[in-house]
Write a protein that binds this ligand. Sequence first.
Ligand SMILES: C[S@@+](CC[C@H](N)C(=O)[O-])C[C@H]1O[C@@H](n2cnc3c(N)ncnc32)[C@H](O)[C@@H]1O
Length: 277
Amino acid sequence: MSAPFLAVDGPFLFILHEIRRGVGAGPLPCATCGTHGASPETVMDMAKKNSGRGQRDLKVKVKSARGRKLSSTRWLERQLNDPYVKRAKTEGYRGRAAFKIFELDDKYGFLKPGARVVDLGCAPGGWCQVAVKRVNALGENPGPTGRVLGVDLQSVDPIAGAEIHKLDFLDEGADDKVKTWLDGRADVVMSDMAAASSGHKQTDHLRIITLCEAAAEFAFDVLEPGGTFVAKVLAGGAEAGLQAILKQRFDKVVNVKPPASRSDSSEKFVVATGFRG
Ligand SMILES: C[S@@+](CC[C@H](N)C(=O)[O-])C[C@H]1O[C@@H](n2cnc3c(N)ncnc32)[C@H](O)[C@@H]1O
């Protein structure tokens, strides 16, 4: 858990994200987390079977099985040996993705008590869980009470303190619907949206940039001056354009790869702070 934050401004080594079509019979894993949608045997179920092992002792070997591809066997093995998967289970988060926003917020401090947060692409809900705690959405701590509004294509099991809507954010009029639910301005707009992996890196990259640009346009409309925009991108070239647009509207724009983001994934996060309006 001690891996350093990587600043990924400048040349970025692109390593093709492993395609995991062979895992489970459910929907394809999303293009970045690889776990989300990998039912029926979810990562958490798999981790449960191995509970009780210390983080450093995790050295689970998965035997190859008839009908399971070698790449799937390797993927299962990696999940079972992943300390963030273990930590998500013990700390009650819905997935290891929670630690990405956790670490980004530890570094940039945008999830302040009382903040109003919009979480785009929130399923299964790890980022919302972190945001609810940090902005004091349940009013558990003294001080201002924040708000967390999440949207996703997929249904999300309820999360106390978060308001969640099922919505395709690329649909015509989707941004207006979120604005209506928000009913005011936001302090943070964050997007972890990623479409299911197509198996073609440039296609995945362009899809995620489209999602990011839609999220950024929305952020321009709803953020309070001083607000923060966080979004996941995949390295691939087109993200430079997004960064240029953000630099015109925010005081500071950085690309970072938090320790919880797998080193063999091309994902990184753009964090734009100090919205100028
Ligand atoms: C990596 S997952 C998000 C994980 C989430 N941050 C968490 O901590 O649980 C990416 C999500 O983006 C969602 N997504 C992709 N395209 C979308 C769209 N057009 N509108 C809304 N959500 C979308 C997917 O359904 C998926 O749940």
